[in-house]
Design a protein around this ligand. Structure first.
Ligand code: FAD
Ligand code: FES
Length: 360
């Protein structure tokens, strides 16, 4: 049975599934050390509920750090086939405020609010007989969720999972992936390292991804649906290589952990045309917003600080209730149809069609 037959996006709200939109509290249940700079954090729902998501999707967290609420997205690395808990696997980013705070502070019993699951990077959206999962560094997490789901379901698809790490000491989930390979006839794990670790010389594939490496390790790569996630230089290199190899890019799917690196024009605050009043009910502020400007941009231009992260309709951080008025919204998966039907909008990708009243 394929995963897409089991995980459907629209769920009955009467069922007791955890829903970040209604009851978003999560409780940290455990912390696991994966490598010297990567930890896994396991969360359960505060009230009894099951998690429902597609393998590869992410959650947007509100972390309270000092006096500020900081939003960050993390892919659910666990599999929806084990719906009682979710886990995220986080790499320390040098100087990064949230990844280091998580490593140093998050411990069992702590509560955190979150929204999701969101995102369309999942093999369940692209059914295929054969997949090639390509990841670098912490970009392994969405692939891990997909691999775990396929393993638990004894899925029929053939998966080759090539993961690039700096050294053998940096290969996240290595033992689990090796075990999956031993136990499955249709799952192959290919770790690739750039260098040896201090007490561990590397005998496997070495170096950056190349045409030679792909031809030797995954000779039938052209027949596969390809999923790619990793640091921006890795993702650029993979994409350029596949294009150079005349790979059918309709079979190519990527996820970036860096919203700033996503190719999309930033929306300028445009004057002229129709202008509307946007009233923020709770903060008792009103701003003018032209029909060509997003509500978030107009509010920012007036000095208002509203929660936002991607500013591209992806992460759901700016989700707000529209109390009256109409907007034109072009999102990229950061809001569900059910939430839209309930009057929610994403401020970062909504432009006014009339005067608006927003709950915030
Ligand atoms: C959809 C999505 C899913 C994500 N899933 C994961 C995940 O499963 N595991 C995970 O560790 N992170 C993940 N991230 C990244 C995460 O949201 C944070 O950006 C990261 O933890 C760094 O946060 P920070 O506050 O410590 O540093 P920031 O201030 O956010 O980042 C500092 C700098 O490091 C860069 N950077 C951010 N993340 C990385 C990274 N992983 N590797 C190299 N450079 C980076 C940023 O572009 C920035 O320049 C995901 C991001 C997105 C958008
Ligand atoms: S800020 Fe990410 S959806 Fe609006």
């Amino acid at each position: 049975m394929r995963a897409e037959h089991i995980f459907k996006n629209d769920i009955d709200p009467a069922l007791s599934f955890w829903d970040g939109a209604d009851d978003n509290a999560l409780v940290c249940l455990g912390v696991r050390e994966e490598t010297h700079d990567v930890k896994t954090f396991i969360f359960g729902p505060k009230r009894p509920a099951l998690f429902h998501f597609q393998p590869g999707q992410f959650i947007t967290f509100d972390f309270v750090i000092g006096d500020a609420v900081v939003n960050r997205c993390y892919t659910i690395a666990s599999s929806p086939t084990r719906p009682h808990v979710i886990s995220i696997t986080v790499k320390r980013v040098p100087g990064g405020p949230v990844s280091n705070w998580l490593h140093d502070n998050m411990s069992p019993g702590q509560e955190v609010n979150a929204t999701g699951a969101l995102g369309s990077f999942s093999y369940t959206r692209n059914p295929a007989e054969k997949y090639l999962l390509l990841s670098g560094g912490s970009g392994i997490t969405p692939m891990m969720s997909m691999a775990r789901a396929q393993y638990d379901l004894a899925g029929e698809s053939d998966i080759v999972f090539m993961h690039h790490a700096r050294t053998p000491a940096d290969i996240i989930f290595r033992r689990e992936l090796e075990l999956m390979e031993v136990n499955s006839r249709n799952f192959k794990f290919i770790p690739v390292c750039e260098a040896d670790a201090k007490f561990h010389s590397w005998g496997g594939l070495r170096g950056r991804i190349s045409a030679g490496m792909l031809n030797v390790a995954v000779a039938d790569y052209a027949e596969r649906e390809v999923f790619v996630c990793g640091p921006p230089p890795y993702m650029r290199a993979v994409k350029a290589l596949l294009e150079q190899l005349d790979f059918n890019m309709a079979q190519y799917h990527e996820e970036s952990f860096d919203f700033a690196a996503l190719e999309q024009e930033a929306a300028p605050v445009l004057a002229g045309g129709d202008s509307f009043e946007v009233m923020f009910a709770k903060s008792h502020r009103a701003v003018a917003c032209s029909a060509q400007t997003t509500v978030l941009d107009a509010a920012r231009a007036e000095g208002m600080r509203l929660p936002s992260s991607c500013a591209k309709g992806l992460c759901g951080t700016c989700k707000s209730r529209l109390l009256s008025g109409k907007v034109e919204m072009s999102h990229q998966g950061g809001i569900r149809q059910r939430e839209i039907d309930q009057g929610m909008i994403l401020l970062c990708c909504s432009k006014p069609l009339s005067d608006l009243v927003i709950e915030r």
